[in-house]
Design a protein around this ligand. Structure first.
Ligand code: 13P
Ligand code: SF4
Length: 373
């Protein structure tokens, strides 16, 4: 199969949307596109599986074989024996799928622009420097945990240092694993998920933020006085939610329950009735009684899916029109999906995500540790 080498270069992410597409795919109308996607899928049969993250657009999830959170999708990727895993998600998810699938399977990301800004907030070189400072400041053992929302080199680093990967649905278990093995946790890159997990485990007073961009910030000696060191990373979509939004929704809809993603700020999670991964949010709404009201504090596409999937439940976006979509997830335009599938039918693999072999084995150790907890 022909491979377009330049398309695997992750440094080439800065395109305007649709620019990477051959012109005939840029103007595709929805009806024609749907027909073409379906006919390509018919031709490819069991050779292809489509995974769709809960934040993907309707026009992507309607073609997905599996829809889920990043943990569920990584398990589906691991269990699939399809030759092509087409990932409706962002780069770190496709990288994880490449790490855990067999070498003869190809993972394809329809658009190479889909990269999560939070994953870019903890670069391996920066983490190496912080690690050197922190480990020099204490004799106690620090275990690094990285959220799935990180690149493969950071996952490999965590494995090398005795740590592991987690997702929002198993961060508490990753902490428990780490504290059985060591004395302290360095949690990367999402400070809010780290802080919310520390609270959940009764460690609220044992956290400190480590800001690699602030030379005047906490020094290593002071940081290691704490058991949980939180890297200064965050998700712009989830940081947007404030306690005011929770108060407003409760004032406007006194019957409403509020559920938020644990990437939200601590005080928002505290003000909500429940916090959970995107899979937990889906399950909570699926379990609701007809007529119940749930206000959702997460990416807006998922709120819209839930409104469509559960019309008997009153599903509201927690901050109304101010709720955001994820710019990275949105890059997976369905026209790209049509293109990569038709290219596969024509015998060409496009936008293949390949993790460097030297990182792959180690990153796999960190992911396997997660799948085992
Ligand atoms: P989940 O693991 O809950 O699907 O979340 C992934 C993510 O990127 C949330 O912003
Ligand atoms: Fe990254 Fe936030 Fe988008 Fe999730 S919602 S992929 S954390 S930017």
């Amino acid at each position: 199969m022909e491979m377009a080498a330049f398309e695997t270069d992750l440094s080439l992410f800065k395109y305007d949307n649709l620019e990477q597409l051959p012109p005939e795919y840029r103007e595709l109308e929805e009806n024609e596109r749907t027909e073409r996607i379906e006919s390509a899928l018919d031709e490819l049969g069991d050779d292809v599986v489509i995974l769709g993250h809960n934040y993907q657009r309707r026009e992507i999830v309607e073609h997905a074989d599996f829809i889920g959170d990043s943990y569920q999708l990584s398990k589906e990727a691991a269990e699939s024996d399809a030759e092509y895993v087409v990932f409706g998600g962002v780069t770190f998810m496709a990288e994880s799928a490449d790490i855990i699938t067999d070498d003869d399977q190809s993972v394809i990301l329809p658009s190479m622009e889909a990269s999560c800004p939070m994953a870019g907030m903890a670069e391996a070189l920066q983490v190496d420097a912080a690690w050197a400072e922190l480990t020099a400041a204490t004799d106690e053992e620090i275990i690094p945990i990285t959220y799935m929302n990180s690149y493969a080199d950071l996952k490999a680093f965590c494995a090398e240092q005795g740590g592991l990967v987690c997702t929002s649905s198993n961060a508490h278990k990753a902490f428990e694993y780490a504290f059985e093995k060591g004395d302290k946790v360095l949690f990367l890159p999402d400070k809010h998920l780290g802080e919310n997990t520390a609270h959940r485990l009764g460690m609220a007073d044992e956290t400190v933020e480590w800001d690699p961009w602030d030379a005047e910030g906490t020094d290593a000696e002071a940081a290691v006085e704490n058991d949980v060191i939180l890297w200064e990373g965050y998700c712009q979509v989830h940081e947007r939610f404030r306690t005011d939004h929770v108060e407003q929704v409760r004032a406007d809809h006194p019957e409403a329950n509020v559920i938020v993603h644990p990437e939200c700020r601590r005080e928002v999670v505290e003000a909500a009735d429940r916090a959970g991964s995107t899979a937990d949010i889906c399950q909570t709404v699926a379990n609701a009684e007809p007529g119940d009201t749930w206000a959702i504090g997460t990416e807006i596409h998922l709120t819209h899916h839930l409104q469509r999937w559960h019309p008997e439940v009153n599903v509201l976006p927690l901050c109304g029109d101010a709720c955001m979509d994820c710019n990275a997830m949105r890059q997976i335009d369905p026209n790209y999906l049509a293109w990569v599938l038709e290219e596969l039918v024509a015998g060409r693999e496009r936008n293949v995500i390949e993790v460097a072999p030297e990182e792959k084995d180690l990153a796999r150790v960190a992911l396997d540790r997660m799948l085992e907890i």
